[in-house]
Design a protein around this ligand. Structure first.
Ligand SMILES: N[C@@H](CCC(=O)N[C@@H](CS)C(=O)NCC(=O)O)C(=O)O
Length: 208
């Protein structure tokens, strides 16, 4: 096994690192200054987009955080003698919702947050856009209703257990917290978020 993760503290690469920690998979970790395209010599040769995460596994390279989580459970969590509970497979009852949450975690939940982050923190003061930040904050909370509703009668999003769907959606809640938006979580979401970030696997990943 030759897994290597390129990570920046607090970035989406936390999803991949959290999955590695939950699975107990041996890996090499490189923690870089953000943004790595400017701060880590040679990073664009590894990932031409300059984004994190990047996972390499021998000559395979992945750069999408939710895809990396799925790759890890599918390629390293399917030992019939000891399958990882973090992944679902076609044929599992909740496989459809599981895939939907994996994609939703980025395409629907972190997408509006990225605009808030950019126009409240990353741009220089003269380029910040209060209106865009407010509008996309509202957009985020409108989309977050799906999480609140899904948790009305269960502790985790699918399969009645903790999976990478929770890791991927959980990162959107971590980012919301970082953006100062967690005060807007409704009760199910708030309790879920507390449950996720109390996990030893999360705590280890977040500390690195
Ligand atoms: N859809 C990608 C997004 C990757 C991404 O945009 N990562 C951000 C950090 S959270 C980044 O590296 N930004 C730095 C840059 O754009 O230079 C994923 O989920 O991995």
């Amino acid at each position: 096994m030759a897994l290597k993760l390129y990570h920046c503290k607090g970035a989406r690469s936390l999803r991949a690192l959290w999955t590695l920690e939950e699975m107990g998979l041996p890996h090499e970790l490189e923690v870089m200054e953000f943004p790595p395209r400017l701060r880590r010599d040679g990073y664009l040769a590894i990932n031409p987009l300059g984004t994190v995460p990047t996972l390499t596994d021998g000559d395979i390279t992945l750069t999408e955080s939710a895809a990396i989580c799925q790759y890890l459970v599918d390629c390293y969590g399917r030992d019939p003698a000891n399958p990882s509970p973090l992944g679902l497979a076609p044929g599992d009852k909740d496989y459809g919702p599981y895939l939907n949450w994996l994609h939703r975690s980025d395409a629907t939940l972190t997408f509006p947050q990225t605009i808030v982050l950019r126009y409240t923190q990353f741009e220089p003061p003269e380029r910040r856009l209060k209106q865009a930040a407010e509008d996309y904050t509202q957009w985020f909370f409108a989309r977050l209703r799906c999480v609140e509703e899904a948790l009305a009668s269960r502790d985790y999003l699918c399969a009645e257990r903790f999976t990478i769907a929770d890791i991927c959606v959980g990162y959107a809640l971590v980012l919301a917290d970082r953006l100062g938006l967690s005060g807007g979580f409704k009760s199910n979401t708030e309790a879920y978020y507390r449950r996720l970030i109390a996990r030893p696997g999360y705590l280890r990943a977040a500390s690195l």
